[in-house]
Design a protein around this ligand. Structure first.
Ligand SMILES: *Cc1c(COP(=O)(O)O)cnc(C)c1O
Length: 455
């Protein structure tokens, strides 16, 4: 320990040598990165000893909360016994096989196989290739196009950023790659106009049908969407949306891909987001809550429809990662899921803390600058509005969101802002009094916005 640099130097060392993801490095280096040192429950502590309530579970991922010694123990034990072996050419490991079985015990009856990756982005690249390989194996090699949504997030690899609908990401690296098309998102507040949410949900779902017709059904391989759009601002679709999407995918014979990277593992009060919405995907990337972020691991849930073709028709799938099914990550994920089961966290979100959070979050709608505050389970999106009676938004959405987020941060609360939406995604273990604290601090930040900015 004595060789460690003093903590006050860490920000300087970091500025000199560490390039961060999704960061303006010039700004960050001038300010110095906040050094996060330890964490327990829903709280994180920085190097100055300041304590924050992390209402974002790291990056939507620490579902079981921080400080779980049993996950550390499981990883330690596995690392001593077998720190690494691959799952490539005819071998497997106990944690990888048992984790696949464990995940399958929480999926529908047609979603029983898993392909492991190290991240959600790799999971995206994996299903993207699988979908094309599937149709080719069925004698339809021209079925290659994928339809995704504007403002979606599916990761940062080339396929992930291409499938995502983030304009700023597309501008960096000449994306999207060929063969990807985007339709509108079910964001009623901003784009619903005079339609009711139910009407709007149907309208945007039917854009999928129109796009398939435009491209030709025989050329479209798949449609992908997050059950609830996360990074795009926690966009919760109207109830009419998913049933119509599922109907269209079935009628037009294209694969339905549910990106479960955020919604999976209890966040919506069900094991998976598609279960909450009552549809069955053909492929479903997972990551984040799979290990609660304790170690990196992701995967793709593969339906019998696709898996049977891959197993029976394809031969080799020339795809995989050195660390696919990494035994230590798999052991940590197994223990994470054991905790979720043992503590009944999915049911807790569905029946107890989820409804409590929903009522508390919704109560913010009485605030002058809040257009809408919606949630499902433990994911919430709050729309800031300059004039709630007309759904008029602030002129500079990014500045407004940052203002609220920074006020929260100064008061020891971590929330995220996407444009003029405030996002919450706390650990599934958050207590009622901690939820109260989130609401109280957010309300103070909303007061600050109301008092300091005129629409
Ligand atoms: C985070 C995220 C990803 C990417 O996962 P990484 O592990 O960061 O690569 C993909 N899809 C969704 C919906 C996500 O939120």
């Amino acid at each position: 320990m004595t060789d460690m640099p003093p903590l006050s130097n860490l920000a300087a060392i970091d500025a000199a040598h560490h390039l961060h993801p999704f960061s303006d490095m010039k700004q960050l280096n001038a300010k110095g990165a906040r050094v996060i040192q330890r964490a327990e429950g829903v709280h994180i502590y920085d190097s100055t000893g300041r304590k924050y309530l992390d209402a974002f579970a790291g990056l939507w991922c620490v579902n079981v909360g921080y400080g779980r010694k049993s996950i550390a123990d499981a990883a330690y034990k596995q690392m001593q016994e077998l720190p690494y072996y691959n799952t490539f050419f005819g071998t497997t490991t106990e944690p990888a096989a048992l984790l696949a079985q464990k995940i399958a015990s929480h999926t529908g009856e047609n979603l029983k196989r898993v392909f492991f990756t190290n991240s959600g982005s790799e999971a995206t690249d994996t299903w993207f290739r699988m979908a094309r390989v599937y149709w080719k194996a069925l004698g339809k090699p021209e079925k290659t196009l994928v339809i995704a949504r504007k403002n979606a997030y599916h990761g940062s690899t080339v396929a992930g950023a291409s499938l995502g609908g983030m304009k700023l990401m597309h501008e960096q690296g000449n994306l999207p790659i060929e063969g990807i098309h985007h339709i509108n998102q079910p964001y009623w507040y901003a784009e619903g106009g005079d339609l009711s949410p139910a009407e709007f949900g149907l309208k945007v779902a039917r854009e999928l049908e129109a796009k398939i017709d435009e491209l030709g059904e025989e050329r479209v391989a798949a449609f992908v969407a997050e059950p609830i759009q996360g990074a795009g601002g926690v966009i919760i679709p109207p109830e009419t949306y998913w049933p119509e999407i599922a109907r269209i995918c079935k009628a037009r014979n294209i694969l339905l891909v549910a990106d479960e990277v955020i919604c999976g593992f209890g966040r919506l009060g069900h094991w998976f987001g598609h279960q909450y919405y009552g549809f069955e995907p053909d492929l479903a990337p997972i990551a984040k809550g799979l290990s609660s972020g304790y170690l990196p691991i992701g995967g793709v849930l593969v339906s019998d429809r696709v898996a049977d073709v891959m197993v029976e028709e394809l031969g080799d799938f020339y795809h995989g990662f050195t660390y696919s099914g990494h035994p230590v990550c798999a052991a940590a994920a197994l223990e994470n899921i054991r905790i979720i089961e043992e503590e009944g966290l999915v049911e807790r979100v569905r029946d107890d803390i989820g409804p409590y959070f929903a009522a508390a979050w919704k109560s913010l709608e009485d605030h002058a600058v809040v257009g809408e505050a919606e949630s499902v389970g433990l994911i919430g999106g709050l729309q800031l509005a300059a004039d709630k009676s007309t759904r008029r938004r602030y002129a500079k959405p990014d500045d407004i969101g940052s203002l609220v987020r920074n006020h929260c941060l100064e008061n020891g609360l971590i929330l995220r802002a996407t444009g003029d939406r405030m996002l919450a995604s706390p650990a599934l273990t958050i207590s009622r009094s901690e939820v109260d604290e989130v609401i109280e601090k957010l309300r103070a930040a909303l007061d600050h916005l109301r008092d300091s900015v005129s629409g």
